[in-house]
Design a protein around this ligand. Structure first.
Ligand code: KE4
Length: 427
């Protein structure tokens, strides 16, 4: 496979861009080799600078759930682009996307749009701290909520110890109020509340973890978190940047029938344009400036082109059988991987919820971060390379999600499963 143009492009990019990329995972550090530079995409396929075409199972990390360059999204953007790109004023497009979000997401009575998932979670936490007057936030090992300082924290030795910065440049003081406990472990949450419950403003979690690989909530776990937070007058924040509009029209909170107090959104809600959002009960969201005292702002928040792409994307999803089809395609892929794993005797533990899944190179189970971390990342790196050479584009990290979209066909999934069989046979 010829990759010369991508390699040359990466060399040039590194001259001007930090690390040659604008987001670290794109650099292929975890799988080796030079990152692929994409020139165009359509449906379930992406094409690199050397003309190699791949079936795409990353989907820009989740946004491209209806496929790349969907005609309805393109038509919407074409209808808007000639009328200006940003006004810094209210537009009716924001109200229209807001209406759809409020109608679809059970917890959201009022929403505010921002430009990324990071901004959404950062702002939701500010609202929670203001509403409760409490300083501490409880998060979960392996859950990622973007790169705002207070969320770049690792677990301390105990819930009373301060959070530990997970990146240089994040100060001890910034994460002092961030408590990190294991995912899928209700006793750990109860212990935190028993010790410092009256200081905890909110819990924030991915209701289905996607950033340590896909890890579903244990049965009763989300309901348990709902009960504990309600009991202690703390807020429950679902970070649905990945799961929002992917697992169901109303996201994981609809899929599992557990309603948080605040919800963070991103990815799908912008249809591939830069959009994040956070929302919840009106009494919480009305604290935000200009109605209330909690400051939050953004020059390009609610950008009309981005709103248009989000509206068009949610409209495409708003068709009968969307989620049953996504689930069927996810199930077909998972079964193909399981067959390949057993056929060649290579341990591959599959976690899947609907159209998001991860094959962990280990026996499993994988129910929380420490277990996920035991995966054979060398195997994953070799597997990724074998799949790439067979024109299947996977996340360049064992600890990410594989996504299927409405643009994938059963034939695409069968092709990927066959490629996986070939790849696993060579491990
Ligand atoms: P952004 O700031 O990247 O738009 O969103 C941050 C974020 C928040 N919450 C969840 C659950 C997320 O998954 C993310 C971002 N996800 C990563 C990959 N899993 C984006 C890819 C990247 O960092 O380049």
């Amino acid at each position: 496979m010829e990759l010369g143009r991508s390699e040359a492009a990466f060399a040039s990019a590194q001259t001007y861009l930090a690390g040659g990329v604008n987001s670290p995972v794109r650099a292929f550090k975890a799988v080796g080799g030079s990152p692929i530079f994409i020139s165009e995409a359509n449906g379930a396929r992406i094409t690199d600078l050397d003309g190699n075409q791949y079936i795409d199972f990353v989907g820009s990390w989740g946004p491209m759930i209806v496929g790349h360059a969907h005609p309805d999204v393109v038509t919407m953007l074409q209808s808007l682009i000639g009328r200006g790109t940003s006004f810094g004023t209210p537009t009716e497009l924001e109200t229209e996307l807001g209406r759809r979000v409020v109608e679809l997401v059970p917890s959201i009575e009022r929403v505010r749009f921002v430009n990324s998932g990071t901004e959404a979670t950062m702002s939701a936490i500010r609202v929670a701290r203001a509403a409760t007057g409490r300083p501490k936030i409880l998060k979960f090992s392996g859950c990622y909520h973007g790169h705002s300082d207070s969320l770049l924290a690792s677990a301390g030795s105990g819930v009373m110890t301060f959070g530990i910065p997970s990146s240089p440049g994040v100060t001890d003081g910034t994460v002092a109020d961030t408590i990190t406990v294991p995912f899928n472990n209700l006793p750990a949450v109860r212990e935190a509340f028993n010790e410092v419950g009256d200081q905890i403003a909110a819990l924030i979690l991915e209701p289905v973890a996607g950033n340590m690989g896909v890890i579903p909530p244990a049965i009763g776990y989300l309901q348990g978190l709902r009960e504990i937070t309600s009991e202690h007058n703390a807020l429950l924040i679902f970070d649905e940047v990945i799961t929002g509009f992917r697992l169901a029209p109303g996201g994981a909170q609809e899929y599992y029938q557990v309603t948080p107090d605040l919800t963070c959104l991103g990815k799908v809600v912008g249809g591939g344009m830069p959009v994040g959002a956070f929302g919840g009960r009106a009494d919480l969201m009305d604290q935000l400036s200009p109605t209330g005292p909690v400051y939050q702002a953004g020059t390009l928040a609610g950008n009309p082109l981005a709103m248009g792409a989000g509206i068009a994307t949610l409209e495409v999803l708003n068709q009968p059988n969307t989620y049953s089809r996504l689930d069927r395609l996810g199930d077909q892929l998972a079964n193909g991987l399981k067959d390949a794993s057993s056929r060649h005797g290579v341990p591959l533990h599959i976690n899947r919820v609907g159209s998001m899944l991860t094959g962990f190179f280990q026996d499993g189970p994988v129910t929380e971060f420490e277990q996920a971390a035991k995966s054979d990342t060398d195997h994953y790196a070799a597997y990724h390379g074998h799949m790439l050479r067979q024109h299947i584009y996977l996340a360049p990290s064992q600890f990410e999600a594989t996504f299927v979209s409405l643009a994938h066909t059963e034939a695409d999934i069968a092709t990927a499963a066959e490629a996986a069989d070939n790849a696993i046979a060579r491990l």
